[in-house]
Design a protein around this ligand. Structure first.
Ligand SMILES: [Zn+2]
Length: 254
């Protein structure tokens, strides 16, 4: 009942939202958004607007967070869950935007379950049950279709965290998906990439994927949406598992 009420209140607020008219402009130079046309495009826009109502967009380090920034980040965050639903992004409330790379505060890292570690400046970070933190410079850098997208990367961590084992490289799989097959396909791909890296061969995805299982899933997810042709050619079985999970087939939507 409460959810239906919230949905109704949101729908009324969305109808009058001044952000609606700014959406096209805000996502105009993100090639991935161009892939969604017609009814899918409308759903993407509505989901992005709804996400803006549901999350606090906070400034880190004094950055002035504009409507364009909110729309762009919300749309990038909506793409992976377009066919899953916004419920997959519940249980956390805030998206923090910094102007550029930020250095995380490590004083409270372990208790809160940070996925990333190290004292290096970060482009993004996702906390279990906590915020997604992003560098706006890096959000802008996601405009090129090169497999890089910090927003999709951090959202993938959020989806991964929903499984009972926490962020372990496997989100909760849908009914009908085979967990053993998922594990087999991901392990096989991991080993192939590790061998290629050791041999000094170029990798089809960023070598950062091999840091740990959670990063593997996050980097592959970025590539699934940002460079689907390349991923489906290089790692077709991985692509197929991701298509089953995300319920999208971006290589066919070009
Ligand atoms: Zn990561």
């Amino acid at each position: 009942m409460l959810r239906r009420l919230r949905h109704w209140v949101e729908t009324r607020r969305l109808r009058d939202s001044p952000l609606r008219a700014q959406w096209e402009q805000a996502v105009a130079d993100w090639p991935v958004a161009a892939r969604y046309q017609g009814e899918a495009r409308q759903r993407l826009r509505e989901m992005a607007l709804r996400l803006i109502l549901r999350k606090y967009f906070l400034s880190g380090g004094g950055l002035q967070v504009t409507d364009t920034m909110r729309l762009r980040v919300a749309t990038m965050a909506a793409v992976p869950v377009l066919e899953l639903g916004l419920d997959w992004l519940r249980d956390w409330n805030a998206i923090v935007l910094y102007e550029g790379a930020f250095i995380p505060d490590h004083g409270w890292q372990d208790e809160a379950g940070v996925v990333h570690s190290g004292g290096e400046p970060l482009s993004g970070e996702a906390w279990e049950l906590g915020p997604v933190i992003l560098s706006w410079e890096d959000v802008l850098a996601a405009s090129a279709e090169d497999g890089y997208n910090v927003v999709i990367h951090e959202i993938a961590h959020k989806l991964d965290m929903r499984s009972s084992g926490g962020a372990n490289g496997a989100p909760p799989l849908h009914r009908g998906m085979d967990a053993r097959l998922w594990y087999e396909v991901m392990t096989e791909a991991w080993e192939a990439l590790a061998r290629a890296e050791e041999a000094g061969e170029p990798l089809p995805v960023d070598g950062y994927a091999l840091t740990e299982e959670a990063e593997f899933f996050a980097v592959l997810s970025e590539n699934f949406f940002e460079a689907p042709d390349r991923l489906s050619r290089a790692l077709p079985r991985v692509y197929q598992q991701l298509a089953l999970f995300y319920r999208q087939d971006p290589a066919k939507m070009q």
